[in-house]
Ligand binder design. Structure first.
Ligand SMILES: *[C@@H]1O[C@H](CO)[C@@H](O)[C@H](O)[C@H]1NC(C)=O
Ligand SMILES: *[C@@H]1O[C@H](CO)[C@@H](O)[C@H](O)[C@H]1NC(C)=O
Ligand SMILES: *[C@@H]1O[C@H](CO)[C@@H](O)[C@H](O)[C@H]1NC(C)=O
Ligand SMILES: *[C@@H]1O[C@H](CO)[C@@H](O)[C@H](O)[C@H]1NC(C)=O
Ligand SMILES: *[C@@H]1O[C@H](CO)[C@@H](O)[C@H](O)[C@H]1NC(C)=O
Ligand SMILES: *[C@@H]1O[C@H](CO)[C@@H](O)[C@H](O)[C@H]1NC(C)=O
Length: 266
């Protein structure tokens, strides 16, 4: 159990934003918006050179002495974010922007002959990391917990846990929109909503302490009872107040008596 948990944590950590995407062959790579993106474009850098293109034009090429960026990309704002490390064949984009997303072509050449030895395509997808998970919960009239999880970030995927275990079909109606969950009212424990996308994941939990058992109808009867008690207290209090006034305030007594005379015959 401990080992499994540790493994999961490690898996989560290796998914971190600083990991390098293997783009040495046809690949789809995900990068976090605003974070650094590492793309390893070639494995064996010795004796090889490469060029990097988008769908329309060449972006840079590796020359014996250095990396040369072509015209449109040879600008301070671009060079501040894009860097190619010849030693390990890694392209670093930091911070990544949405406009960096796209389809790129990598061409690898034999350095001494200049002949092409390979070509592959790298799809770069930029996603905003998930954040600010919000969990709202209510007890519906038909004795079910209705739980809704929401978050920021691109393409969030939701998953649910009860006391750390994945929620089973027995506990919940998982067929519905997975962002909204209907749980049997008798379910108690720590409910966790975990949100992830390709670049980040996060979670939040809530404690279900009481059973959800038609709380709304109980609530209404309590509310009605309170109204009745309050009304009786107010009416009774006013009645006593009037009586006290009649017996203890001589100045107003005459006026009161005039008004109260008809009723005093009861
Ligand atoms: C890299 O390429 C060089 C030259 O072709 C070769 O001698 C070397 O063994 C290669 N290294 C790896 C790890 O493939
Ligand atoms: C480049 O080509 C030459 C001549 O064909 C060959 O001897 C050499 O091994 C090649 N280098 C690499 C890195 O493949
Ligand atoms: C390649 O080198 C750069 C700069 O030293 C480093 O930041 C990066 O982590 C390296 N990547 C790999 C895959 O070794
Ligand atoms: C992932 O999301 C969490 C929650 O918003 C945030 O605290 C964390 O910094 C994010 N990680 C990265 C690497 O962006
Ligand atoms: C909760 O209620 C369902 C039916 O609504 C029932 O099948 C299940 O056994 C109950 N679980 C507990 C722990 O009472
Ligand atoms: C929730 O996130 C914490 C770290 O932020 C992690 O240790 C835990 O395993 C996560 N729980 C689930 C159910 O994903």
């Amino acid at each position: 159990m401990q080992a499994v948990l540790l493994l999961l944590l490690l898996a989560g950590a290796s998914k971190g934003l600083d990991s390098t995407c293997d783009a040495t062959q046809d690949a789809a790579c995900y990068g976090a918006l605003g974070g650094p993106v590492y793309l390893q474009l070639m494995r064996n850098t010795s004796g090889h050179t490469l060029s990097f293109h988008n769908e329309r034009k060449a972006i840079f090429t590796l020359r014996p002495s250095k990396t040369v960026f072509y015209k449109d990309y040879n600008t301070p704002s671009f060079l501040q974010r894009w860097q190619f490390v010849p030693d390990n064949g890694t392209l670093i984009i930091n911070p990544a922007e949405r406009k960096d997303a796209g389809t790129y072509r990598v061409r690898i050449f034999n350095k001494s002959t200049g002949k092409s030895v390979g070509e592959h395509t790298v799809q770069l997808i930029i996603e905003a990391p998930v954040s600010d998970v919000d969990l709202s919960i209510s007890c519906s009239a038909n004795e079910e917990w209705r739980v809704r999880c929401s978050s920021n970030g691109d393409s969030p995927q939701y998953s649910w846990y009860l006391d750390g275990r994945p929620l089973s079909e027995a506990d919940a109606d998982l067929s519905a929109d997975i962002q909204t969950l209907l749980l049997n009212g008798n379910v108690t424990g720590e409910l966790t909503c975990s949100v992830s996308n390709h670049v980040n994941s996060t979670n939040t939990s809530v404690l279900l302490l009481d059973v959800c058992s038609g709380i709304s109808s109980v609530f209404i009867s309590v509310w009605l009872a309170e109204i009745i008690i309050l009304t009786s207290l107010l009416v009774g209090g006013y009645y006593i107040y009037i009586r006290n006034k009649r017996t203890h305030t001589p100045d107003e007594r005459k006026d009161q008596e005039v008004e109260l005379t008809p009723t005093s015959s009861y």
